[in-house]
Design a protein. Structure first.
Length: 204
């Protein structure tokens, strides 16, 4: 066990909150607990990049080798759904940790780019392989802070626990990211795209 006085919460605050499971733990909090309780390596977070590793080393009192291979700084990614191929199975909706994918059973799904962490968890569960991880557009409005990502993840867990998938207001709480009017605009844009009108405003 590490001798650091750092708490699980302090470690979790340093993580990017993508909930991608690349570290081998079920979520960022699980990895934070692993670092504290199981002496897990601080090198297991690709989405955090070198900057996260350096911060983890500092708070844990771990010396980093000057000869180490530097982790690349992560790109901002999002999951792009091919709406023409989507069959509306809802598997990706359940898997998405930040509820960035909207849709309903047997209806086309789409991703709200700015809410997506690019974790990629939706890709393997798609039965028709219609999801691709792409670079986010270079826009401040498309950035998602780790704190907001964590809040959205916690709400996602609450939603699954309470089984309120069919309740719009509880499913898509948006904090400062938007409003029900914005959600309506997004949905209308998806419908318009599905009908062949690509000049319908919001592009996801």
């Amino acid at each position: 066990m590490n001798k650091s006085v750092a708490s699980t919460e302090e470690i979790n605050e340093l993580l990017p909150q993508t909930q991608c499971k690349m570290c081998g733990y079920p979520n960022c909090l699980g990895y934070a607990r692993g670092i504290i309780d199981d002496n897990a390596s601080i090198d297991l977070c690709p989405p955090g990049g070198e900057s996260t590793r350096v911060r983890l080393a500092a708070i844990m009192g771990v010396a980093l080798s000057s000869e180490r291979v530097l982790l690349p700084e992560p790109k901002k990614l999002f999951a792009l759904i091919d709406e023409e191929s989507c069959i509306g199975c809802t598997k990706c909706l359940v898997e998405c940790p930040t509820d960035a994918i909207i849709g309903a059973k047997s209806r086309v799904h789409t991703t709200v780019e700015k809410w997506c962490t690019g974790c990629g968890l939706c890709v393997p569960v798609c039965p028709v392989d219609c999801i691709e991880i792409k670079d986010k557009s270079d826009s401040a409005s498309n950035s998602l802070s780790s704190r907001t990502a964590r809040q959205r993840y916690e709400l996602h867990l609450q939603r699954l626990e309470k089984k309120h998938e069919d309740t719009f207001e509880q499913t898509y709480v948006t904090f400062d990211q938007g409003s029900k009017e914005e959600m309506r605009t997004i949905i209308e844009a998806v419908v318009a795209r599905k009908n062949g009108n690509e000049d319908s405003g919001y592009k996801g």
